[in-house]
Design a protein around this ligand. Sequence first.
Ligand code: NAP
Length: 255
Amino acid sequence: MKYTVITGASSGIGYETTLAFAARGKNLILAARRTEELETLKSKVADINGTLDIVIRSVDLSVSSNVHDFYDSLQNYDIETWINNAGFGNFASVGEQNLYKIESMIHLNIEALTVLSSRYVRDYADVEGTQIINISSGGGYKIIADAVTYCATKFYVSAFTEGLAQELSERGAAMQAKVLAPAATETEFAKRSLNLDSFEYIGAIPKFHTATQMAGFLLDLYDSEKVVGIVDGETYDFELRDPIFKYVARSRNSF
Ligand code: NAP
């Protein structure tokens, strides 16, 4: 049995991506902190397709030691696709940002994603049909006012994942690495980034996608041979593209 791992599956893009992969008949390993939301999602998937195996892991991935334990706990599963989606943002100027929140954001958006990607690549790079999809942002390709540190974490995600894709392709590995860069999407993201109890997208944000639309774009990226799936911040069109950052191939003879 093969499995798709989705981190941050308890709400938003991860939740809808779970339903989209379930509709494709994929067995799933779902991770997030909120167990109840994951259990509810598991029941919803069971209603759609009772033959699927759905594994739940309640874990805080902003705690470094949990990240390795989480990966270790999956040693007995054959993982076909790994989606690093868990992440959050913050809106504040650099001098005024809450450093407790920022440190946690860096642990989750950068550190956990790097450790999980590296371990998955180490174990599965040569397995045919494997993919790793990391969720960046439009803010991973341009800097947005009052979200400088969040954007910097997502520049990291974009650069790391594009670089990984080039590295895998250079060495003829079977695994494909891809990066999804959503623009505004209706999820719990705004509420968490702004430290609000609730947030209404309609009326506050001129354009946005629904999480269901974004999960559809993620599937388009999954089905394609392209490395980047990015939403144009002006038109809100979704585009599948080759890597955007310049990559300097290492000459193997020069070392
Ligand atoms: P969301 O609804 O807030 O979902 C975030 C998910 O991450 C939740 O399932 C949350 O679950 C999980 N998560 C948060 N902290 C965690 C932690 N410490 N450990 C484990 N899981 C954790 O927001 P979303 O928009 O779907 O976000 C998904 C990804 O899209 C993020 O990487 C975000 O940066 C990116 N993105 C979003 C937008 C947007 O406008 N929505 C735009 C560009 C990029 P628990 O709280 O249960 O742990």
